[in-house]
Ligand binder design. Structure first.
Ligand SMILES: [Zn+2]
Length: 382
C-alpha cells in the first residue's frame, strides 16, 4: 500500500515544488511527482491543498517534556516525550542526559538502547550525553557535584552500548582528546559545550573531529576582539555546526541573527534544550537533581541560571524566521537537513527525496503543524 500526499507545496527543503505529490511506500519516500498522481487500488491519499509539505524536524538536544525526562530512565518517559514532540513536528530526536552520577547516566543510556521505537511518536536516534565531562565554571544548570574529567573505564562502557550518538564535552579537560578519538572511531559526534576553551583549543578540538557547539552562547566563554574565546572559535570555524536555542530568552534575537549570518543555515542547528515542564504549566520541577522554577515559561534554578527551556521546535522555527527575516524554505534546513547532516544522516533524514525515510510534516499557512508522519505512518493529526 502506498500513501500519496497530494496538492501541497513540497519543500525538500532546498527546493520548493508547488502542487506536487509525495509518494510513500514501506516507510520510505518512493517518489516526488508533479501534479496530482492518480491513486492506484488500495492507495491512501492525504489531501494537502494549501499546506506546506516538509521534512520532519530533528531535535539533537532535548531533555524532556510533559513531566518526563531522559534521566527518568523509563520507557514511559521516552514514549510520552515522543508523542509530545510529534505534535510539534519533530519526527526524530536525541534523548539528552544531564551531568549526573555514573549509574544514573548508565540507566538512561540503557533505557534508550532497549526501548523500541514508539508506534505513535518521534523516533529516538540514540543518546546525546550532555556531560559529565564539562567545565564547572560554565555549569549553567548542570549539577555541580558530578563534574569530572573523561575516564576511559567509565565512558568506554557507555560507548560500547552502541547507542551514543553525540557527546557534549569541554575539550580543555584532560583526557578529552582520547575520548574524542574513542568516540569518533565508533561514529560518535562531539559538541563543545559548558566550556571555557580558548580559541586555539576550539580549533584543536575541531582538528580532533569535534563538529558541533552546544547551545551556542549559553555556557561558554564569550567573545572578545583580542581573545576570541570559545564563542569566537565556534562561530568562525566552518567545520563546526552551531546549536542555538531560539526562544528569545536564552539568546537575544539579534544574537540569533548573528549566529545565522556567521554560520549560514547549513551550519546552524535549532534545538529546544527542552526540560520536563515543556507542555505543562508554570511551577516547580526537577532537572538533573536540581529544583527548577518555571515562571512565564522560563525555567531557572535557585542561582538564577537558566535551566533548559520550554521551547518546542515548531516555535523555534517561527521565531528564527521572525528574528532573521528568512522565508520558510530558507529557514527550514536548520531543523531538518542541517541537523541530519551533522548526525551523519544526510540523504536519509531531513529531506524529501527518493529513498529517504518518510518522516514528513504538513504545515498550514500560519506554519502550525497539522499532521506528522514518522516512517510513513501518521502519528499526529491536529
Ligand atoms: Zn546545557
Amino acid at each position: 500500500m502506498r500513501t500519496l500526499i497530494t496538492g501541497g507545496t513540497l519543500l525538500t527543503p532546498h527546493t520548493a515544488l508547488p502542487n506536487h505529490t509525495l509518494v510513500i511506500e514501506e516507510g520510505r519516500i518512493a517518489a516526488l511527482g508533479a501534479g496530482r498522481l492518480a491513486p492506484g487500488a488500495g492507495d491512501r491519499v492525504i489531501e494537502a491543498d494549501g499546506r506546506w509539505v516538509v521534512p520532519g524536524f530533528i531535535d539533537v538536544h532535548v531533555h524532556g517534556a510533559v513531566g518526563y525526562d531522559t534521566m527518568d530512565a523509563t520507557p514511559a518517559a521516552l514514549q510520552q516525550m515522543a508523542r509530545f514532540f510529534a505534535r510539534h513536528g519533530v519526527t526524530s530526536y536525541l534523548p539528552t542526559t544531564m551531568t549526573a552520577a555514573r549509574t544514573d547516566i548508565q540507566a538512561a543510556v540503557q533505557t534508550v538502547a532497549s526501548c523500541p521505537q514508539p508506534e505513535d511518536g518521534a523516533q529516538h536516534l540514540g543518546v546525546h550525553l550532555e556531560g559529565p565531562y564539562l567545565n564547572l565554571d560554565y555549569r549553567g544548570a548542570q549539577h555541580p557535584d558530578h563534574f569530572r574529567s573523561p575516564a576511559p573505564d567509565e565512558y568506554l562502557a557507555w560507548l560500547e552500548t552502541g547507542v551514543i550518538r553525540l557527546i557534549t564535552l569541554a575539550p580543555e579537560l584532560e583526557g578529552a582528546a582520547e575520548l574524542v578519538a574513542s568516540g569518533r572511531a565508533r561514529g560518535v559526534e562531539f559538541a563543545i559545550g559548558h566550556s571555557g576553551a580558548s580559541y586555539e583549543q576550539v580549533i584543536e578540538a575541531a582538528n580532533w573531529g569535534v563538529r558541533q557547539a552546544t547551545h551556542t552562547f549559553n555556557g561558554m566563554l564569550g567573545l572578545h576582539h583580542r581573545t576570541p574565546g570559545t564563542l569566537g572559535g565556534v562561530l568562525t570555524d566552518d567545520r563546526i555546526y552551531c546549536q542555538v536555542i531560539a526562544d528569545g530568552v536564552h539568546v537575544h534575537p539579534a544574537m540569533v541573527r548573528l549566529v545565522v549570518r556567521a554560520k549560514g543555515t547549513g551550519r546552524t542547528i535549532l534545538i529546544t534544550d527542552a526540560m520536563r515542564a515543556t507542555g505543562l504549566q508554570d511551577g516547580t520541577y526537577d532537572l538533573g537533581g536540581q529544583e527548577v522554577t518555571v515562571r512565564d515559561g522560563v525555567a531557572r534554578i535557585a542561582s538564577g541560571s537558566l535551566a533548559g527551556s520550554t521551547l518546542t521546535l515548531d516555535v523555534a522555527l517561527r521565531n528564527v524566521m521572525r528574528y532573521t527575516g528568512l522565508a520558510l524554505g530558507e529557514a527550514l534546513p536548520m531543523v531538518t537537513a542541517t541537523p541530519a547532516e551533522a548526525l551523519g544522516l544526510a540523504g536519509r533524514k531531513g529531506v524529501l527525496a527518493a529513498g529517504a525515510d518518510a518522516d514528513v510534516v504538513l504545515l498550514d499557512a500560519d506554519l502550525k503543524v497539522v499532521m506528522t508522519l514518522v516512517a510513513g505512518r501518521v502519528v499526529y493529526t491536529a
